[in-house]
Design a protein around this ligand. Structure first.
Ligand SMILES: Cc1cc2nc3c(=O)[nH]c(=O)nc-3n(C[C@H](O)[C@H](O)[C@H](O)COP(=O)(O)OP(=O)(O)OC[C@H]3O[C@@H](n4cnc5c(N)ncnc54)[C@H](O)[C@@H]3O)c2cc1C
Length: 416
């Protein structure tokens, strides 16, 4: 049943008893045309676009836990396309445009809010980067404006912009079309829409190995719920990509780190944009419930632990207290971590793996929530046509042997 005001009204007359579960819970079939491993945003979006754009509906999404239980349900939901290199800008801008129409496309309110994102400059060096990035973004057709300290102060009154501030504010960059979306809603929206097109979403189904034919190509997967055959398999498991690659017998240039985030007690509206301080790594937005959603840089200690720790907490919250003194006594509600997959050039890997029939969508590091629509589009294209999507070509795995890296950490200062 479509979600609409009319149907809510109609169901209201029947005590809302007519709604069906948003997706089925089928048992795995013996074989599928395509298997997608990972029930995060990328895996579910891949399944949706396979069904919608290519008519391939014999598709299974295999998720070891529950959908959205990985990074897609643990992230701080910043969506932007403020990258430096043309290849990145084209890809992330495409994603942002897909987000702009996503609620309508999926008939599911993903609560996309284009409240803008401001990056602060705390030094002359930062200011130079801000100007360079604004020029690059504009050349790439992406909206960007610089802001003076006074303009930033007007937009974010809780930020300390006084000259004596611990982190002085010399200016900033705003992408007005950037913003946030509700993370669960993005996952659930894609899941519901994929299910409606016939995709099987199978939770509590961990992939434990790959089956290969005499030519080395994949023929299926071994799972905690038995063997499932398929000659086309997509892997979208974020921080677990290296483990899946190891099962398939190859290595990826990925290091896995825990990235942490925090949510405060609900406050009255105090912040109506996303604000990032690249020098301290701290960024913040306010959720519709009122909680301040706070993120920081990576804990640069490789780990698979999905939990926070005190050293990172004290760094991030110390910077928050210094930059926003009025928040010094706000209490935290929750603190958690997700495992992110980071490569040396801080750009994703999309396309063929060394194993025939096995395709990758990974290495989004700390920034793949914003890329869910485009990641799904590109992996679906690869799986359906066996050719890379035009936007994905620069992001193939072989760039680590050819040397054609897209170093966004150096280019845009976006660490991952
Ligand atoms: C704290 C934090 C903040 C972040 N903030 C932002 C942000 O503001 N903006 C942004 O754009 N990005 C952000 N990110 C990054 C973003 O969350 C990820 O890049 C994105 O969610 C990755 O989506 P995914 O679908 O690839 O992976 P996930 O959502 O992690 O999904 C992968 C799924 O694969 C499953 N899986 C793993 N192994 C197996 C197996 N063997 N068999 C079956 N299933 C398996 C996992 O259980 C998981 O559900 C953040 C990440 C974190 C951790």
């Amino acid at each position: 049943m479509r979600y609409s005001a009319w149907n809510v009204f109609k169901e209201g007359l029947k005590e809302q008893r007519g709604w069906k579960p948003a997706w089925r819970s089928p048992d795995p079939q013996q074989s599928y045309d395509v298997i997608v491993i990972g029930g995060g945003g990328h895996g579910l979006a891949t399944a949706y676009y396979l069904a919608k754009s290519f008519g391939i509906t014999r598709v299974a999404v295999l998720e070891k836990g529950w959908i959205g239980g990985g990074n897609s349900g643990r992230n701080t939901t910043a969506i932007r396309s403020n990258y430096y290199y043309r290849a990145s800008a084209r890809m992330y801008e495409h994603s942002l445009k897909l987000y702009e129409g996503l609620s309508k496309e999926l008939n599911y309110n993903v609560m996309f809010s284009q409240r803008g994102m401001i990056s602060l400059a705390h030094s002359l060096h930062d200011l130079e980067l801000v100007n360079r990035q604004m020029n690059a973004m504009r050349l790439n057709g992406v909206d960007a404006e610089t802001l003076s300290p006074a303009e930033i102060g007007r937009r974010v009154p809780i930020l300390d912009i006084s000259p004596a501030a611990r982190f002085p504010v010399l200016g900033g960059l705003i992408q007005k079309r950037a913003g946030t979306a509700r993370h669960d809603a993005v996952v659930w929206g894609y899941a519901r829409a994929a299910d409606a097109l016939g995709v099987d979403i199978i939770q509590n189904c961990e992939v434990t190995g790959f089956q290969r034919g005499p030519d080395g190509a994949v023929t299926g997967v071994e799972t905690s719920r038995g063997r499932i055959a398929s000659r086309k398999i997509g892997v979208a498991v974020a921080g677990h990509s290296s483990r899946l690659a190891e099962m398939a017998g190859f290595r990826l240039p990925i290091t896995s780190y825990a990235l942490q985030a925090f949510v405060s007690e609900p406050l009255k509206p105090v912040l109506d944009t996303v604000i990032l301080s690249p020098a301290t790594g701290v960024y913040m937005s306010q959720s519709d419930k009122g909680g301040l959603v706070i993120g920081g840089g990576l804990d640069l200690y490789p780990s698979y632990a999905q939990r926070g720790n005190m050293p990172v907490m004290s760094n991030v919250l110390g910077a928050v207290a210094a930059q926003y003194p009025s928040l010094g006594r706000v209490r935290l509600l929750r603190h958690w971590a997700g495992i992110v997959d980071v490569v040396p050039d801080s750009s994703p890997i999309i396309g063929a793996s060394p194993v025939p029939g096995l395709f990758l969508d990974c290495a989004w590091g700390t920034g793949g929530f914003k890329a869910i629509p485009v990641g799904g589009t590109m992996l679906a294209h690869q799986l359906a046509t066996l050719n890379p999507h035009p936007l994905a070509k620069p992001f193939s795995l072989d760039r680590f042997t050819t040397g054609a890296l897209i170093d966004e950490a150096a280019g845009s200062g976006i660490a991952h």
